[in-house]
Ligand binder design. Structure first.
Ligand SMILES: [Ca+2]
Ligand SMILES: [Ca+2]
Length: 276
């Protein structure tokens, strides 16, 4: 059995009780065995006290020890953000959507692997804002830095989260979906611009996006509760390998639902570009 209490003398709680099996006798007459116990995954320091209880062949259970057998102090970094999924919508002529494509990124799914108190706080706050129609205060929880295709630099700035047009929260599957709108991340409307200018505008959205989550909403992104995930966007990259080359064939490069001469131009113009 292991229990954990905060180093600030918070209320102790039972973390786990583990059946361990018979073990093996060592040369000193002691039984030894190994048990796996999951700690409290919240990025905070806790004191763990372990006690054992032997069971003899008659099924009699050893009385509880008055003191811990072992005490240790540990912190387990929280990293509940398992993955970032990119959802690419199918185009109007029925081409299957490809989650590998990185040319046009509209929907970004933050997929979480586990429930935990800080994460629940985040879900509750977002859900509350969505229910009440209040502006979702993403800046409390989320920071997205865009690194250029030439590589990350220390001063790369975070993007304006106003680019996220809508947020949906799925508590069952533990997914938060960010919708960057019909133009996608860094997307620009074609308008009346000529193709060379249109291309030059679109590639401003290229690069590596580093998404950091402050799951306890403290906005400091620096307290051991800051999982990161990255994804790339690269105009013309149909197979998501971070390069635009002969392997990237005709597709809906700009995500406008059509595959036409504009896409051909954008793809050819992007050949040779890559994310470092
Ligand atoms: Ca490619
Ligand atoms: Ca298109």
């Amino acid at each position: 059995m292991a229990d954990a209490s905060r180093q600030d003398f918070g209320t102790p709680q039972v973390v786990a009780t583990v059946a361990t099996g018979p073990g093996s006798l060592d040369g000193s007459g002691h039984y030894q065995l190994t048990a796996v116990v999951s700690g409290v995954v919240d990025g905070l320091v806790h004191t763990y006290r372990f006690t054992s209880a032997g069971i003899d062949a008659e099924g009699r259970i050893e009385p509880a020890h008055s003191a811990s057998d072992v005490t240790t102090i540990l912190a387990f970094p929280m990293n509940p953000l398992k993955a970032v999924g990119i959802v690419v919508q199918p185009d109007s002529i029925g081409h299957a959507s490809s989650t590998r494509e990185r040319s046009y990124v509209r929907l970004v799914d933050l997929v979480f692997s586990q429930a935990c108190a800080p994460l629940q706080t985040l879900f509750d706050a977002l859900n509350s804002d969505i229910r009440t129609g209040n502006t979702v205060d993403l800046a409390r929880f989320l920071r997205i830095v865009q690194h250029p295709v030439t590589g990350a630099g220390a001063g790369d700035p975070p993007i304006d989260l106003a680019a996220i047009r809508a947020v949906t929260v799925d508590l069952i599957d533990r997914v938060i979906e960010l919708d960057f709108g019909v133009l996608g991340i860094g997307g620009v409307a074609r308008g009346t611009t000529g193709l060379p200018r249109y291309w030059a505008n679109l590639i401003q959205g290229d690069g590596t996006y580093d998404l950091a989550l402050d799951a306890d909403g403290q906005t400091d992104f620096n307290n051991g509760v800051t999982p990161h995930q990255t994804f790339i966007q690269l105009l013309g990259d149909s197979n998501g390998d971070g390069r635009v080359d002969a392997a990237d064939t005709s597709f809906d490069v700009n995500g406008d639902g059509m595959v036409d001469a504009t896409d051909t131009y954008l793809l050819n113009r992007s050949k040779g570009r890559q994310v470092h």
